[in-house]
Write a protein that binds this ligand. Structure first.
Ligand SMILES: C[S@@+](CC[C@H](N)C(=O)[O-])C[C@H]1O[C@@H](n2cnc3c(N)ncnc32)[C@H](O)[C@@H]1O
Length: 434
């Protein structure tokens, strides 16, 4: 069969599957279509002999063929026919890709006898494996990569970061990990009438989470990002919660705070909280001095920050070293050794009674979801995405490291899931007084 005209492509993917797996397959296909705009040839029933022409056309008018492999599909006459046609079609059509995706029970290896017939056709192709402990996006990303499917513009990145339900769940698990990290200090030091300032509050969700279940008087959040502030105001703004867009290292910042304390008639803040912000600033001491001026004598300054020197992994391997090195090379990662400098920043800006109350958050004792979320903070597909964003100083070197990193990813993740790897991430929490 000749592939005369690849311009006839109407679909991105032809989906081959057994009805037995409809639920899993639908969840994947729906996400591919709705979130990433992929166009799929997808028939919600097993292919039937009478549709044979339509099926052959569907395959020939698609850029790639995805077959979801389970013991049922691997022995389905119809699926095997489709696979057979796809393999033949590929012989005449160079760009046509076949992507086998193993979705069968985890305990069944692809070499199991149940897969013998389909292996006959697909044995030498790379497989994608569906790991149910990972967000679906990870699998979809592997499928796209293997199918050579180029995503249009921002859709994947945006959806991975912001809009997908699973990603939201993952981010909120991450936020919960960090909430648990410092919650006890909020519980101990926030009084019911406390006025709190959150510096670099983004969309306000983190400070709100950390204050969850705690009674307080007022909250002011400030951030340079106007969109985030608008979100914060919409989500959490109230009589007592206020969010203001401003640059915390500009000279005007003191005026913003002055206006606020005048407006709500207070002498200063009871709690000032700065989380994951100092590492991004060129002049942290300048900011800390301004904040000190607005901290009440009886007040507390809370700082949460990071230091890669406090990242610990056992057993360690190049995989983890590479991940940390890749992040360290990102222009968006800030000062990866900020944590160790904070005490000296605080002394220089005149603070007293400085203490490091917590250092390191580890996977010990975390349940499945949180354990995954901790892993994701550094080791998930954000690394791939960061690459697309071109945020690295040393592009060539980092690309190379990333290639090596990818090769080991599945194995290391599996070992981590099996509880064979201890990870501590270098988050630090400081408390200081005026
Ligand atoms: C990594 S986020 C941390 C957000 C939040 N505090 C948390 O713990 O998740 C850093 C935040 O600092 C804000 N930021 C950075 N430089 C700033 C500046 N000069 N003025 C105000 N906000 C700034 C950013 O817009 C961003 O929302």
């Amino acid at each position: 069969m000749e592939n005369e005209d690849r311009n006839n492509i109407e679909y991105d993917f032809f989906i081959s599957f057994s009805n037995h797996d409809i639920e899993t397959v639908l969840s994947i296909v729906n996400m591919m279509e709705q979130q990433y705009g992929a166009k799929c040839w997808f028939q919600q029933k097993d292919s039937r002999a009478e549709f044979v022409d339509a099926i052959m056309e569907g395959i020939e008018h698609s850029s790639a063929f995805i077959v979801f492999i389970s013991p049922e599909s691997a022995n389905s006459y119809f699926v095997l026919n489709e696979v057979n046609h796809a393999v033949e079609w590929r012989n005449s059509s160079e760009d046509f890709k076949i992507v086998p995706v193993l979705i069968g029970p985890a305990e069944l290896d692809i070499n199991d006898a149940a897969y013998k017939r389909i292996r006959f056709y697909l044995g030498r192709l790379n497989m994608c494996f569906y790991n149910r402990n990972e967000p679906l996006e990870v699998l979809i990303r592997k499928i796209f990569e293997q199918a050579g499917y180029v995503l249009k513009g921002e859709s994947l990145r945006e959806s991975l970061y912001h809009s997908s339900e699973i990603e939201d769940k993952r981010l909120s698990a991450q936020n919960e990990i960090l909430r648990d990290f410092s919650h006890e200090y909020f519980q101990e030091f926030v009084q019911s009438n406390a006025v709190i300032l959150d510096v670099g509050c983004a969309d306000g969700s983190n400070i709100m989470l950390r204050l969850g279940g705690i009674e307080y008087g007022r909250l002011l959040g400030v951030d340079i990002d106007k969109e985030q502030i608008a979100k914060a105001e919409k989500k959490f703004g109230s009589e007592t919660n206020k969010f203001i867009a401003c640059d915390i290292i500009s000279d005007d910042f003191a005026n913003v705070l002055e206006d606020y304390v005048d407006e709500v008639e207070i002498t200063g803040f009871d709690i000032i909280h700065i989380s994951a912000v100092l590492l991004h600033l060129s002049e942290p001491v300048k900011l800390l001095r301004v904040l000190r001026h607005f901290l009440k004598k009886s007040g507390y300054l809370f700082i949460q920050d990071e230091d890669d020197g406090a990242n610990l992994v056992y057993p360690n391997s190049k995989f983890f070293d590479r991940a940390f090195a890749i992040w360290a090379d990102s222009k968006e990662s800030g000062d990866r050794h900020c944590g160790r400098k904070i005490a000296s920043y605080l002394y220089s800006s005149g603070y007293k009674r400085i203490s490091l109350v917590k250092c390191g958050v580890s996977n010990l004792g975390l349940d499945g979801e949180k354990s995954n979320a901790l892993w994701d903070i550094y080791f998930n597909y954000h690394l791939w995405l960061a690459l697309e964003e071109d945020v690295f100083y040393n592009l060539a070197k980092t690309h190379k490291m990333l290639e090596e990193y990818k090769k080991d990813y599945d194995q290391r993740k599996q070992e981590y899931d099996e509880g064979k790897i201890f990870i501590q991430l270098g988050f630090l929490f400081f408390i200081a007084r005026k």
